[in-house]
Design a binder for this molecule. Structure first.
Ligand SMILES: [Zn+2]
Length: 142
């Protein structure tokens, strides 16, 4: 296990551009150069046309809430200071079949609703005992 776990591995090739974009407060999703489909999670070939060339494309950061759960018990000790928090899937406005696993912030955890409008909100992931932080795209109600 990496010594900065549970931070995401921002050097992992398939998602490196995603994390580099987040550091600049840009939400980037790979788009197929052949058929223009968004392809999330990154993979070597397009699900629609089997194309193998993609361009990381800026998204508006607008989405709707597809599903969520409120975490009340930390399943890892590194999250002990974070609970309770909501984690869920944000369906992007550009293509609602593109759903990002994310955290929901700046919200009343008991007032979240299906298809609630969201917008991206960048936050630094930080954990006790780890010097490095990683900027991540979370979502909040809009
Ligand atoms: Zn394609």
């Amino acid at each position: 296990m990496r010594d900065d776990f549970p931070l995401p591995d921002t050097d992992w090739e398939p998602a490196r551009e995603f994390w580099a974009g987040a550091a600049r407060h840009e939400l980037l999703i790979p788009r197929c150069d052949t058929c223009a489909a968004y392809c999330w999670y990154p993979r070597p070939t397009c699900r629609q046309c089997k194309g193998e060339s993609f361009t990381w494309t800026p998204m508006s950061g607008r989405a709707t809430l597809f599903s969520w759960t409120v975490v009340r018990h930390a399943f890892l000790k590194q999250f002990a200071d974070e609970v309770p928090y909501a984690t869920g899937l944000a369906a992007l406005d550009e293509d609602p079949s593109v759903r990002l696993a994310t955290r929901l912030v700046d919200c009343d955890l008991s007032a979240l609703t299906f298809e609630q409008p969201l917008e991206v909100a960048y936050r630094d992931l930080a954990f006790p005992g780890i010097e490095r932080t990683v900027t991540a795209p979370f979502f909040r109600p809009r």
